[in-house]
Ligand binder design. Structure first.
Ligand code: NAD
Length: 529
């Protein structure tokens, strides 16, 4: 039988090509550089495609790719791949995100040294033929406090290096169970402790609603005076204007940035204005070694896919039987929404999810619903990096146990999803169903409710005393926020009640903080689905 043809259309390190060759599985066409015409001419025969940033896998190319099963981007960014079009054609899309972790961690450390010892500034001064010895007095790293926000692949590598430099390392990652982080031997602390105590802060998270503007104009005053900030993750995690303001006003001692809201950084940006803001043009992965690691990771993923059907780091949907897909579509959406809802309501990492399906839909293969639920849950922490293919694996890595069972059909055959979720401290149970107007949560902790888990919601756990809703309504009204719906879920009279207000607009962090300060509020969260 003919071997599947693999096209490597952009430059890939030889180590990767060797892994593909050694597998003996493929006919390999390695071109280093491929023009669009060549790509279009050869694609109909290709079953596996490896690209970097130069080749464009767009709709027009996919239409010609009649045998294509898998596209792998040797690297992280997949802007040059039309993922929905690939999914539609059942083409699996993967990337290789792990190979550049060490290089990116080293870039963060490089920026930390650059800030501490003012290397770029001193270099620029000397190239100007000056000898300004006293101007560039720096500070030592040993003994200083390093705050690492996000303890995934790169964050962990930074922690090791910070400890190697004899810094006191503080870490924050609310989505990884603490027992998975004990081997790091660092203090896991709330984020505010990092903001208040760290001499250096480095972020290694995706850009999500929770991480966007993590340092912003409003919380600048929380920071330890003279703190130095490093971002080798995603532009926008620190608000760029706030950094410029903080450095100008002397609150921030310096910032080392490798990533920007807009890349390339536009010609006008406040970040150019200060000597103590050190900039590099997204160089995290730009080392020879990272390119070798990425090439190996890419080749190994290709081999695993053709050998065992395993899609590692896949970025698109698994293939699901089209007839079930039709019936499951509204459930799919509901499960993702419920997952995101639960992920935002619960306080600490989720440990266990127990699901029961009842009613008519138990005749179908419901396994994809668990995946959709898990995806919704993880997306709170991981944003776009979690998808239906990688969600189960990521849940397993985080020791999140998902169990599901089907309960025999009820007489009325109404389909119901029941679930109980446990985190480290508490338990939440709910029931949900798909009705004529879409998905609804029908019960929460044993109390009837009719809540659509969508849009903007203000969730408050409050003491069950008269006037709470009125006070909340007035407060929101004063901030021009319109309430579109309201649902109450309460246990016994006079105890605690859960109130969900549907809102027309997002509410600001400061308004949420004001609500939290009210004496009748036990807990308040803004939920965005
Ligand atoms: P990862 O998925 O392994 O780790 C990210 C971690 O962030 C996870 O553990 C997650 O739980 C945590 N997290 C999510 N939301 C959080 C929050 N609100 N507070 C604290 N922690 C939170 O990813 P990674 O491979 O370590 O990459 C980290 C970042 O670096 C990503 O944004 C990635 O795109 C970026 N990156 C940049 C470069 C570069 O060239 N500069 C290269 C590679 C990766």
């Amino acid at each position: 039988m003919a071997k599947p043809k693999i096209l490597i259309s952009d430059n890939l390190d030889q180590d990767g090509v060797d892994i593909l060759k050694a597998s003996g599985l493929f006919e390999i066409d390695y071109r280093k550089k491929t023009s669009r015409e060549e790509l279009e001419a050869v694609i109909p025969e290709v079953e596996g495609l490896i690209i970097r940033s130069a080749s464009k896998v767009d709709k027009a190319l996919i239409e010609k790719a009649s045998k294509l099963k898998v596209v792998i981007r040797a690297g992280v960014g997949v802007d040059n791949i039309d993922i929905p079009a690939c999914s539609q054609k059942g083409i699996v899309v993967m990337n290789a995100p792990a190979g550049n972790s060490i290089s990116t961690a080293e870039q963060a450390i490089a920026l930390m040294f650059a800030l501490a010892r003012k290397v770029p500034q001193a270099h620029a001064s000397m190239k100007d033929k000056k000898w300004e010895k006293s101007k560039f007095q720096g500070s030592q790293l040993t003994g200083k406090t390093l705050g690492v926000i996000g303890l995934g692949r790169i964050g962990k590598e930074v922690v090791k290096r910070g400890k190697g430099l004899q810094m006191q390392v503080l870490g924050f990652d609310p989505y990884i169970p603490s027992e998975h982080l004990t081997s790091l031997e660092i203090d896991l602390v709330p984020i505010d402790t990092i903001l208040k105590q760290a001499d250096f802060i480095t972020v290694h998270t995706p850009l999500t609603d929770a991480t966007r503007g993590l340092v912003n104009e409003k919380n600048l005053s929380l920071l330890k005076p003279g703190v130095r900030l490093i971002n080798c993750a995603r532009g926008g995690i620190y608000d760029e204007a706030a950094i410029a303001k903080g450095v100008k006003e002397g609150i921030i001692g310096g910032a080392g940035l490798d990533v920007f809201v807009e890349e390339p950084l536009p010609a006008t940006s406040p970040l150019y204005d200060h000597e103590d803001i050190v900039l590099t043009p997204h160089l995290g992965a730009s080392t020879d070694e990272a390119q070798i690691e990425v090439a190996k990771e890419t080749a190994e993923s290709m081999v695993a896919y053709f050998k065992n059907g395993v899609a590692r780091n896949s970025l698109n949907f698994p293939t699901i039987d089209p007839t079930s897909m039709d019936a499951l579509a509204p459930w799919f959406e509901l499960c993702e929404q419920v997952g995101s809802f639960v992920g935002q309501v619960m306080k600490s990492p989720i440990k266990d999810i127990e699901i029961s399906y009842r009613g008519g839909f138990t005749e179908l293969n419901l396994n994809p619903l668990e995946i959709a639920l898990t995806k919704g849950l993880l997306s709170v922490a991981m944003g776009d990096e979690v998808n239906l293919v990688n969600a189960p694996l990521l849940a397993k890595e985080r020791s999140m146990r998902v169990t599901a069972r089907k309960v025999e059909k009820t007489e009325k055959e109404v389909s119901i999803l029941e679930m109980t979720v446990y985190d480290e401290k508490e338990r939440l149970s709910l029931k949900a169903a798909v009705g004529a107007t879409g998905g609804v949560i029908t019960e929460l902790n044993g109390n009837a409710i009719k809540l659509k888990p969508e849009g903007y919601l203000l969730y408050v756990l409050n003491t069950d005393t008269p006037g709470v809703v009125g006070k909340l309504g007035t407060l929101l009204g004063e901030h021009n926020i319109n309430i579109s719906s309201m649902e109450l879920s309460r246990g016994k009279k006079g105890g605690e009640a859960r109130t969900f207000l549907g809102l027309d607009d997002e509410i600001s962090k400061s308004l949420l903080e004001t609500i939290r300060q009210k004496e009748f509020i036990v807990e308040a969260r803004f939920i965005k689905i």
